[in-house]
Design a protein around this ligand. Structure first.
Ligand SMILES: [Zn+2]
Length: 206
């Protein structure tokens, strides 16, 4: 239980301490959020991850019916002899029986530019960001864990948990060039200030 950040935490009124100094709590389960949209996990066609750190994979096993889009090098590292720290296979074990689309590098999910995975390695071997092109909101970039805060971005700080520093710095350069070129709206997913600016569920950017 202590190795994942998922819906099971909602059953614990006080949440859990799943790493020193890191407290996890879930107020509304993801399954219930989907229900509010009239969806169930089996309605989801594609699943992709920024990376396989345990705080990004908590509910993955709900989506065993989806096609899992996986960076080959992330999968190889996680299943290799010395997996990166904080990459546990338990929360993603459904990959073994799921349909898998194995990719190397940037990936245009639907072939129309509306959802692109940008391979930005360094934090983990197959770390990636998500670039969405939305009809009204325009280009939205989800940073994954390239940055954990606005300050980290401003100061170009490599995360403490990181596998390859030079690669992370190159990924930051590439990410910033892309953000400037596309005039993207940036969302740093670990920064509560960026999350607070998003529409409140069930409203969404569109
Ligand atoms: Zn991470």
């Amino acid at each position: 239980m202590g190795d994942r950040l998922g819906d099971a935490i909602a059953d614990r009124p006080d949440g859990i301490d799943f790493a020193p100094g890191i407290h996890g709590s879930v107020r509304v389960k993801l399954v219930d959020q989907l229900k509010a949209l009239d969806l169930k996990p089996s309605d989801i066609d594609y699943l992709a991850f920024s990376h396989w750190h345990i705080d990004h994979t908590g509910n993955a096993n709900l989506f065993g019916d989806a096609t899992w889009i996986l960076q080959r090098r992330e999968l190889a590292a996680a299943t290799g002899p010395t997996p990166p720290p904080f990459e546990s296979l338990a929360p993603v074990s459904a990959y073994r029986n799921a349909k898998i689309r194995l990719v190397d590098g940037d990936t245009d999910v639907f072939g129309d530019g509306s959802a692109q995975l940008l391979l930005l390695p360094g934090h983990t071997p197959g770390h990636q960001a998500l670039q969405l092109r939305l009809p009204h909101a325009g280009v939205v970039l989800l940073s994954g864990d390239l940055y954990h805060s606005r300050e980290a971005r401003r100061l170009r700080r490599v995360p403490k948990v990181n596998v390859e520093r030079v690669a992370t710095l190159a990924s930051m350069d590439r990410f910033e060039t892309n953000a400037a070129r596309t005039h993207a709206r940036l969302v740093i997913q670990h920064d509560p200030r960026d999350i607070a600016l998003l529409p409140h569920f069930p409203a969404y950017l569109h």
